[in-house]
Design a protein around this ligand. Structure first.
Ligand SMILES: [Zn+2]
Ligand SMILES: [Zn+2]
Ligand SMILES: [Zn+2]
Ligand SMILES: [Zn+2]
Length: 306
């Protein structure tokens, strides 16, 4: 009884090893993904020269295909998005497409593990083929949108690239220091529609913060808003706090807040009024003079929460 048990175990584990080797050999051939003997997945090398990876690219749109993957009677594959656009004619051989799923390819895809597409930006995780897109949407290494608010800028990148871009292409000043004293002057403060977008970047605790100052219409009332955004993830932004202060003639408005990640658009932050909101009447009062010119001094401070 006991002996039989031992024998069975040995055979089973031997079979397991065999099967494991076989699977590994196949996987190696298919995708260049290698696993070490502990089963831990090592950094893999996937390139466009990889056969299976190429098979999973839709021949029409070149995007990776996800179920349902279709094929024509001659075996040419097509993604479901393109299938709905080709009017039942295979784009490769022109024969009638019909409704044939390519289950084999779907199964092969299921067995693949691929690196995150943001590998070059620092993400070294690898994922099962089908859960990769979800990760990539939320990957913390995915590029950030340009934080400049005044234009329809489509530049994306990591923080060092965006800093260079802000400086070179938007002429944004980058200051060192965690306290600031910033003057905003505008000759025609009644032009709220042509909103003034101003952005200054502060280098503080080795991280970068965007100070926004904008004019906009809040309901019927023209207002100014100033707020801080953090050039990084929201989880890190929460480690910091900031204060803003504006005033004159014995009056003062102050705001204390938590910087928001630049993952949140400036418009989202502005619309939630998560910053120092200054009604125009008050802004003009602080500006003094004949109220024909906006002259505000915003004093601010950034600090790290313990
Ligand atoms: Zn396609
Ligand atoms: Zn075909
Ligand atoms: Zn990633
Ligand atoms: Zn830009």
């Amino acid at each position: 009884m006991a002996r039989g048990g031992v024998c069975k175990d040995v055979i089973e584990s031997h079979l397991k090893v065999l099967r494991h080797d076989l699977v590994m050999a196949k996987a190696d051939k298919m995708s260049n993904i290698t696993k070490n003997t502990n089963g831990a997945t090592e950094k893999c090398k996937t390139s466009s020269t990889n056969g299976v990876y190429e098979l999973l690219e839709c021949p029409m749109c070149s995007k990776l295909m996800y179920p349902p993957i279709h094929q024509c009677p001659n075996g040419h594959t097509l993604c479901s998005n393109c299938k709905s656009r080709v009017q039942n004619s295979c784009p490769t051989c022109r024969s009638e497409l019909g409704n044939i799923r390519c289950l084999a390819l779907e199964k092969i895809a299921e067995s693949l593990e691929l690196p995150c597409r943001h590998q070059s930006l620092g993400c070294h995780d690898i994922f099962p083929y089908y859960s990769k897109p979800k990760h990539e949407q939320n990957c913390r290494f995915r590029p950030y949108n340009c934080p400049y608010a005044g234009s329809e800028c489509t530049v994306r990148g990591d923080i060092p690239n965006l800093l260079a871009h802000l400086n070179n292409d938007h002429s944004v000043d980058i200051h060192d220091g965690c306290t600031f004293n910033h003057r905003y002057v505008k000759s025609n403060p009644h032009e709220v529609e042509n909103a003034t977008w101003m952005l200054t970047v502060f280098n503080c605790y080795g991280r970068q913060f965007c100070l926004h100052f904008e004019a906009y219409q809040l309901g019927m009332a023209p207002v100014y808003i100033s707020f801080l955004r953090f050039m990084g993830e929201d989880t890190e932004a929460k480690n910091f706090s900031y204060s803003l202060e504006v005033g004159g003639y014995g009056r003062k408005l102050t705001w204390q807040g938590v910087p928001r990640s630049i993952r949140d658009s400036h418009q989202k932050i502005r619309d939630s009024q998560d910053g120092l909101v200054i009604p125009r009447k008050l802004a003009l009062f602080f500006s003094g003079g004949n109220r024909k010119e906006l002259k505000l001094r915003v004093i601010g401070h950034i600090w790290k929460e313990q």
